[in-house]
Design a protein around this ligand. Structure first.
Ligand code: 26W
Length: 820
């Protein structure tokens, strides 16, 4: 211990001596008995889990400190995201720290398996779907590649809702994921940051006549950091995910206080705490709720101030080196208000003139777009800004005025271009277009798959592309092979390692060596055995969750993702109805028995998506009750699909359903998880499916459906009723739907679904793609009958999945955007 001034530094002699395999069991016992005060293992394993988590965390903390120290003075990236869908942490930490054997040995004294203990951990579901899980995979890859990237997000008290299926319908329950505490987080209340809201802007004139602006009379909220460790894969690196919790300041409203309303004044603190209370469960349409805008500003401001404080600590108020040392990646437009907020901080807090502040901002911000759906593009009413963030609105107006001058130079006298590109959408309720703010303020704009980026450049953002072609680039998504193969599929991982060694976990390109063994009969047999083993685990999960008994000898056909019309779960269930019809009519000669699993959550306000869930459940009930059908077809809707469920589902899947209307799915990442685990894909030419098919070769992918470039032409003269009339299979499906076969006691509940299929304005072209889909499914059936051929294709899929590792993606971010 050495004392200097009032700073007292405590050094621990040598972490590696204190914590090693020998003492792990003792450390675990000590935490169990003393830190937590327990002496019996309960059925829930909660305390044992907590003791184990703290013990593992001890190992992380020393590496965490070393990583932090080694990083001082280096260029860093802040990955800003309203969502981080982390799932469970324990097993990932054990894998990345290489503690598996140690932990298993230590648990022997407690009469339970690691797998049992892991179940006690609640998923951290701080995200909706693809975008949030991508952020989590990226953090794993950044740490594994030893990159100085810090994640910034919100510590929602309630994550993604829990979904229950009651009478076939989705019912939402709050996800109180912190109820039993969170052993992984470390709070630092002393590092809280002040965030301003409301108030007004004063113009102050300095002695030298210079004017500057002050945002006064604000209602401030504190942002308290909670840090989560992000271990790299067996490389001694531990990065940080910093999640902000909102808290009230200890200040009282003086007027209220003097008026004697002490209790009211204290109670008002709740308002501040509301900001980080709950994750918004919408993944495609924004309904302009003020609280959501508060969350966005809260995250952006806290994270920017945090990075700037760190910079100022070592460089003082000279910002010359700021651009060289900092970059911000905006995960969609959700944190794009950071563009204006960085301007505000630099100008108002550090007296930097506009032009210099803009040079800094526009050379540090980078924006990733995740969707082409127009309804998902965020816009905020100007009137909301006026009230909540008046200073920010001023800055947005000024950015816009200067930007529109540039537009005028490029397109002189073109007022249409002015209004199309403006950051402000005029109308009776003027709105701020957040995507425009993000593009104007960033040096990089990227899409998340090749097709998606091309569509952005050619369509949605074409004007911006013409202005600044050099900003636009593609970064095809990826997923981490640690969680999505090594951890979740132990049997296949062991088999892979037996052939090519274990280095593929760190360098996933090495899986390509598997293609050599694709035709090896003995290897194929083991590959199939592993799949059967994983299918047995999924059978248990489905049985427990739904009561439906799947059969490992049937093909497992799976579609799990958010429920959305463009993802076309409806098309999937229509194929199921078509199969059911064939089976009932005795046309079973070339049917391959299959178990169809569908899962996913619908946004609570998305009526059509909820009706689709109900339809899937009713179809499942009808089919599963029919004994004549059981041999050929079983259907289940798995409730509460989440990260932990996917860890059991993707290793057990034979057929991966990626059937979105072409041009609508930006990338998809579930498609990659299935491929890594040896599933074959049936899919459209959409998002990353295109790259998946190219990588594995067309022979090993079941393609169907209209292509993105054909779709506008098809829509022009779309006659679904004619298509239905001309297709016997589709007619039979519609007949079953329209006769009320699946809703005998609930007349009319599917009318709007039926109408949507028959509507010439159907955006998703369900009827158009049906026959093509049905035929592709017949090719699937045929192929699956030849188990050798199927297994060969399965091996080739895993072998070709190397480029879909998020390590590969992150290397591209590192080299082409972040320049780390
Ligand atoms: C306005 C509310 C809101 C919330 C979330 C709008 C949009 C979103 C996300 C953009 C939805 C999302 O998760 N998009 C998905 O991002 C994945 C990662 O890039 C892609 O793989 C998916 O194709 C895309 O749908």
């Amino acid at each position: 211990m050495n004392k200097n001034n009032n700073l007292c530094e405590i050094t621990v002699s040598d972490d590696s001596v204190l914590m090693n395999a020998h003492t792990f069991a003792e450390d675990l016992a000590r935490h169990f008995h003393f830190s937590l005060g327990r002496d019996k293992v309960q059925e829930s394993h909660l305390y044992l889990y907590n003791a184990l988590a703290i013990t593992v965390r001890d190992h992380l903390v020393s590496q965490w400190r070393k990583t932090r120290m080694a990083r001082a003075g280096q260029r860093r990236v802040a990955y800003m995201s309203l969502e981080f869908l982390m799932g469970r942490t324990l097993n990932n930490a054990i894998l990345n720290l290489d503690l598996d054997d140690t932990v298993r040995a230590a648990l022997e004294g407690y009469c339970c398996d690691l797998e049992d203990v892991e179940q006690a951990e609640h998923d951290a579901g701080l995200g909706n779907g693809g975008l949030g899980r991508l952020a989590a995979c990226f953090l794993d890859s950044c740490a594994s590649l030893a990159l100085p990237v810090i994640g910034y997000g919100i510590r929602y008290e309630y994550g993604m809702f829990n979904q229950e299926i009651k009478n076939g319908q989705q019912v939402e329950h709050p996800d109180n994921w912190l109820r039993n505490g969170n052993p992984w987080e470390i709070a630092a209340p002393e590092k809280a940051i002040r965030i301003k809201f409301f108030g007004h802007v004063d113009v102050i004139t300095k002695k030298d006549g210079q004017q500057y602006r002050q945002w006064n009379n604000t209602h401030d909220v504190l942002a308290v950091p909670y840090d989560m460790p992000i271990p790299g894969y067996q490389n001694g690196i531990v990065n940080t995910l910093r999640l902000w919790k909102s808290e009230a300041t200890d200040e009282f409203d003086l007027d209220e206080f003097n008026a004697g309303s002490y209790t009211e004044s204290v109670a008002r603190k709740n308002l501040a705490e509301q900001i980080t209370m709950v994750l918004y469960p919408n993944d495609s349409s924004e309904n302009g709720k003020e609280l959501r805008l508060r969350q966005q500003y809260f995250l952006s401001s806290a994270s920017l101030q945090d990075t700037i404080n760190l910079y100022v600590e070592s460089h003082g108020k000279n910002f010359d080196k700021f651009v060289a040392l900092n970059s911000y990646q905006l995960n969609d437009t959700h944190p794009s208000i950071a563009v204006a907020e960085l301007m505000r901080i630099l100008m108002d807090d550090y007296s930097i003139p506009w032009d210099d502040a803009w040079a800094i901002t526009s050379q540090t911000m980078a924006y990733t777009n995740h969707t082409l759906l127009p309804e998902a593009l965020e816009k905020w009413p100007v009137r909301l800004f006026e009230n909540l963030l008046p200073r920010i609105l001023e800055i947005i107006y000024e950015i816009n005025a200067r930007f529109l001058q540039q537009v005028a130079v490029c397109w002189p006298g073109d007022s249409q271009k002015q209004s199309a590109l403006s950051l402000i959408e005029e109308g009776h309720e003027p709105q701020v277009r957040m995507a425009h703010l993000a593009i104007v303020g960033s040096y990089s704009v990227n899409g998340v798959a090749a097709l998606h980026t091309e569509l952005l450049k050619a369509g949605l953002f074409n004007d911006f592309y013409q202005l600044w072609p050099e900003k636009f680039n593609n970064k095809t998504n990826g997923v981490t092979p640690r969680r999505w193969l090594s951890h979740c599929n132990r049997s296949l991982s062991a088999l892979i390692s037996s052939k090519i060694g274990r280095n593929w976990v760190a360098d996933f390109a090495e899986v390509s060596q598997l293609s050599e063994f694709a035709n090896n009969k003995a290897f194929q047999k083991k590959w199939r055995d592993s799949k059967q083993h994983n299918k047995a685990a999924l059978v248990d999960l489905v049985e427990e969750a739904t009561g439906v008994t799947f059969d490992v000898n049937m093909m497992f056909d799976v579609q799990v993702k958010r429920i959305h019309e463009y993802k076309r779960q409806l098309l999937n269930i229509m194929h199921v109805i078509g199969l059911y019809d064939r089976i009932r009519k005795g046309d079973t000669a070339d049917i391959t028995p299959r178990c169809v699993l569908i899962g996913g959550k619908a946004a609570p306000g998305y009526v059509m998506a909820k009706q689709i869930i109900k339809l899937i459940n009713n179809v499942a009930d009808t089919i599963n009750l029919d004994p004549k059908v059981a041999k050929y077809l079983k259907v289940a809707f798995i409730p509460n699909y989440n990260v932990s469920a996917m860890e059991i589902i993707c290793p057990a899947t034979d057929l991966s359903e990626q059937i979105s209307t072409a041009g609508k799915e930006a990338s998809g990442t579930g498609n990659m998880k299935f491929m890594m685990n040896g599933a074959l894909t049936i899919g459209t030419l959409d998002g990353a499916n295109i790259e998946i098919r190219d990588a594995v070769a067309p022979d090993n992918f079941f393609l169907f459906g209209a292509e993105a470039h054909e779709i506008p032409g098809i829509r022009e003269n779309y006659q679904p009723n004619e298509i239905i009339a001309n297709s016997p299979t589709l007619s039979a499906v519609m007949q079953l739907l329209e006769s009320g076969h699946f809703n005998l006691f609930e007349p009319g509940i599917y009318d709007s679904i039926i109408e949507s299929i028959r509507d010439p304005g159907d955006m998703w072209l369900t009827a158009y793609d049906f026959d093509s889909y049905f035929q592709a499914q017949r090719r699937v059936d045929e192929c699956y009958k030849d188990q050798q051929l199927w297994t060969q294709k399965s091996i080739l899929n895993t072998a070709a999945s190397g480029v879909f590792s998020s390590d590969h993606t992150i290397r591209q971010y590192r080299d082409e955007i972040w320049k780390l």
